[in-house]
Design a protein around this ligand. Structure first.
Ligand code: KIV
Length: 403
């Protein structure tokens, strides 16, 4: 009996924030219904007709789901149903769109996320952004279904061990962006414009942003600064490159700020920042990072601008959150800023794993026979026989493989 996904009969939000969708096949003319649930709200129902005769009940576990083409998604699911035991439906776009990705099926069917789709998420489902700087990092981030991968200039600190982001240049960001893009992520790939790559002239800034797109494969760029950067921002936008703004504690201004300090704590400074945010939004940024500002200011700016705000140390009210890859995974030194929540302790786990490897090497426990290559016994015997007369070294017993 063939099984197809047919009508979605019920959907409920599970406590961890995802959704559970129960799919039931009914009748001889099968109606395919895909229902998407986001925090208690059924966003959209798409109906299609299939002439498949089946009777089965299939339970599909999902997380929050959006995609671009429900019919294509459903067709794809049915075509690959044997390979899907668990479907992960990932947020990618506006409320009226869907995407589906399997945790088992190796080729995700989710649609590529674009800058306009991120912009359209203002006030909608929260946006998750994480940094990644290389191929495995991007694969991991994309498997987790994040919306945006930022090739941040924080690579200077967390990968290259530099004390500030001022030491990293455009060549390095291009290289890291290329590595990220080789993962072919569905997440939007945003490349950071490093210090001095957009401070000299509009022409130089467009050239550098263009390198991130043309050589690195970035789909948008991010640059730090408020109204001061508007001419450059406009020039990059005029070159058809989407721009993400970044205000608040902007690490490239570390010396001008007198250190890494929370910004906008006084009324004047907060008011200036609100004006910066408005200007960036009106100029055409598709989103704005708010870093290191009091939660109340994060909330005010989020209400004041028409594009999504993505916070890092900006409280819970922003339209999305971003963290540095190594911080989220506990791959750092172990001491993190207040706004970081490490969701794993991979550095400790890595040390423990390498300690076990070292101990096994030293004890001779690694590699095992199963981890070694062999030749047939006759060949091993012939090899040993051929050299036993000339070799000064003790050899394994003839007839057995070398250890
Ligand atoms: O470079 C970076 O990681 C960033 C984020 C902190 C937003 O700019």
């Amino acid at each position: 009996m063939s099984v197809t996904f047919t009508s979605v009969r019920s959907a409920e939000v599970n406590p961890s924030g995802g959704t559970k969708v129960v799919v039931v096949v009914v009748g001889t003319v099968v109606v395919v219904v895909v229902v998407v649930v986001v925090v208690d709200v059924v966003v959209e129902v798409v109906v299609d007709m299939l002439d498949v005769v089946v009777a089965a009940t299939v339970v599909v576990e999902t997380s929050i789901t959006f995609s671009s083409d429900a019919h294509a998604v459903t067709t794809r699911i049915n075509a690959n149903k044997d390979r899907f035991t668990s479907l992960k439906l990932l947020p990618v776009a506006s409320k009226s769109k869907y995407a589906v990705r399997s945790t088992k099926y190796p080729y995700p069917v989710a649609k590529k996320i674009t800058a306009p789709e991120i912009k359209a998420r203002k006030g909608g489902p929260k946006i998750t952004m994480v940094t990644a700087y290389d191929y495995p990092g991007a694969v991991i981030a994309d498997r987790a279904g994040v919306d945006i991968i930022l090739v941040g200039d924080s690579v200077a600190n967390v990968v290259h061990g530099m004390p500030t982001t001022l030491e990293i240049g455009i060549d390095e960001i291009v290289l890291h962006t290329r590595a990220v893009k080789r993962a072919n992520p569905n997440a939007l790939v945003v490349a950071d414009m490093p210090w001095l790559s957009f401070h000299i002239s509009a022409e130089d800034s467009v050239r550098n942003a263009g390198r991130l797109v043309r050589e690195g494969g970035a789909e948008a760029v991010k640059l730090e600064g408020g109204r001061k950067r508007l001419p450059v921002l406009q020039a990059i936008l005029d070159a058809e490159i989407p721009v993400m703004g970044h205000i608040g504690l902007t690490p490239q201004s570390v010396h001008a700020m007198g250190g890494f300090k929370v910004q906008g704590k006084a009324v004047d400074a907060a008011t200036e920042m609100i004006e910066d945010a408005r200007a960036l939004s009106e100029a055409g940024c598709f989103s704005i990072v708010l870093e290191g500002v009091p939660d109340i200011l994060g909330e005010i700016i989020t209400k004041e601008v028409d594009v999504p705000t993505i916070g890092i140390g900006a409280g819970p009210s922003t339209d999305g959150q971003v963290l540095v890859f190594h911080d989220v995974l506990g791959l750092g030194s172990g001491s993190y800023p207040k706004f970081v929540r490490p969701y794993a302790d991979l550095a400790d786990q890595a040390v423990a794993a390498l300690e076990r490897f070292k101990a096994d090497v030293e004890s001779g426990n690694f590699p095992s026979d199963a981890e070694s290559y062999h030749v047939p016994d006759e060949i091993a015997a012939e090899l040993l026989k051929g050299i036993q007369d000339v070799s000064p070294h003790p050899l394994p017993a003839p007839g057995g493989n070398p250890p």
